[in-house]
Ligand binder design. Structure first.
Ligand code: ADP
Length: 463
């Protein structure tokens, strides 16, 4: 039998090891979804202290005395059943806080990750593993295709944009320190308006560019959504080298019938959901409610439309709704939400994976009023757990929620648009139509099957 083809996936986060958002879920889920399609994956991830602290045993597969100012090694290990390669470089990654805690040297840390990925692709590792394709995720891996190009490598690369708003920008004075050539500092390669952008570099140098939904791929060609990189997207799209591949979800981890964090339920027996709802109201200190219980699980940022949420909530509450919110982010939003707490508004500031499961399970609605949303996972978890999504008509939200069929979609992306969609949800709640929508939502196919097949096909086309 022919050997499996190999893909090296390079990323700054990966569930269940380290997660701040959807990127981690995607990087964590793809390997298992690609395996049955003949692709063997290895994920390269920085050895953050929280990850290395859980590392049982490891094999060293690669090392160097000097990775941008200190020794480094790549170690293969398995944590919580997840096989991973960790870039152990204490001078870059052994520091307290989250993965993106700013010390002003993000460009250096993630250029190091990208440079090591390129070495693995070129030299292979001590166990002779060498990828046939390299898959770079977001700006943190964005320099990987460039390093491969400068080394004269022909290993094909795919650059996936999970969010074009984060571009990895730094000054040209860093070029030589990061082993990047001055001669390629121009707008057709590394330069982005006088600076370097790691994401743009990846988008210019990768064999193919993808993003995480068809609608977002189309939106990225416009100045409104392209954050200054729409010209690059248009150029790649015109050549047929830009693809929108919708994310799936890990239906094993996100399975209402078998979820260690909450009461089990299924479309055939929804009593567990009613219990989860009652427990959720209690956990958030909310009064019993006849109206719909909406949940929000999100980063508290402008992108996620928290300002619109704040403005639209009063009419929803007046109509009998309640809301339970879990999130963290911009301090002003945190404070504004905390100030709204009442018998109908529960707020928990922080990041809590287990609680997020209980929210999807107990919610009647999940609110996602994003200004833009590359794919969005929260609406998909909502669908799977029978919490009907109320979403803005953008990006992957548009591609996954069917208005009036599996959720409530609003085209006018404003607080008025959201309030209107919430009013429709309140009107539907408690009617047979709402229950039918819930069953349809829970039955929607959301697994990785067809998306993984699209990635596998793309990878194969590059060999
Ligand atoms: P993004 O990656 O832009 O943050 P996504 O919808 O793609 O948005 O993914 C968000 C992921 O992070 C989901 O899995 C969601 O459940 C999770 N999440 C967001 N905020 C929190 C939080 N405060 N606690 C737990 N999980 C959260």
């Amino acid at each position: 039998m022919a050997r499996k083809r190999r893909v090296l996936s390079v990323a700054s986060e990966c569930a269940p090891l380290i997660k701040t958002g959807g990127l981690a879920d995607v990087v964590g889920a793809l390997p298992a979804a690609l395996a049955p399609l003949g692709w063997h994956s290895r994920v390269l991830l920085p050895a953050y202290p929280s990850v290395i602290g859980r590392m049982p045993r490891s094999r060293r597969l690669w090392r160097t005395d000097d990775l941008f100012g200190g020794p480094a090694a790549v170690r293969a290990t398995t944590i919580d059943d997840f096989p991973v390669m960790l870039l152990d470089a204490p001078h870059l990654f052994d520091r307290p806080g989250g993965p993106y805690e700013s010390h002003g040297d993000e460009h250096l840390r993630f250029a190091a990750l990208s440079w090591v990925a390129s070495r693995i692709a070129i030299e292979g590792m001590s166990d002779r593993w060498r990828p046939d394709v390299v898959h770079a995720h977001d700006w943190q891996a964005g320099l990987t295709p460039s390093y491969l190009k400068y080394a004269g490598s022909t290993v094909p690369t795919v650059m996936t944009i999970h969010n074009i708003a984060f571009q990895g920008i730094f000054g040209p004075d860093q070029l030589s320190r990061l082993l990047l050539p001055e001669w390629d500092f121009h707008p057709d390669a590394l330069e982005y308006y006088g600076n370097v952008s790691a994401l743009k570099a990846g988008m210019m140098h990768a064999s193919r560019v993808t993003t995480v939904s068809p609608t977002y791929a189309a939106e990225l060609t416009t100045p409104e959504f392209g954050f200054g990189l729409d010209g690059v997207v248009r150029m790649r799209a015109e050549r047929g080298e830009m693809h929108g591949i919708l994310n799936g979800i890990d239906t094993g981890i996100w399975d209402p019938a078998n979820d260690p964090f909450t009461v089990p339920f299924s479309p055939a027996s929804l009593e567990g959901k009613a219990l989860a709802r009652a427990e959720l109201l209690e956990e958030f200190g909310l009064a019993p409610h006849q109206g719909p219980l909406a949940v929000v699980i999100t980063r508290l940022t402008h992108q996620k439309g928290i300002d619109m949420l704040l403005e639209a909530l009063p009419s929803f509450l007046d109509a009998g709704g309640a809301v339970a919110i879990l999130g963290s982010g911009e301090p002003d939003y945190e404070e504004a939400l905390l100030n709204m707490r009442s018998a109908s508004v529960g707020v928990k500031i922080g990041y809590d994976e287990a609680l997020s499961h209980r929210l999807y399970a107990g919610g009647d609605l999940v609110l996602v009023p994003s200004r833009f949303e590359p794919c969005g996972l929260t609406q998909m978890y909502g669908l799977r757990y029978g919490a009907l999504p109320v979403v803005a008509a953008t990006g992957g939200l548009r591609d996954t929620v069917d208005d009036g069929v599996t959720g409530f979609v609003f085209d006018d992306i404003s607080s008025a648009g959201l309030a209107d969609a919430l009013a429709r949800a309140v009107a539907a709640h408690g009617t047979p139509a709402f229950d039918e929508m819930r069953l349809r939502a829970m039955g929607q196919r959301l697994d990785w099957g067809s998306s993984a097949a699209a990635y596998a096909e793309l990878f194969s086309s590059l060999l």
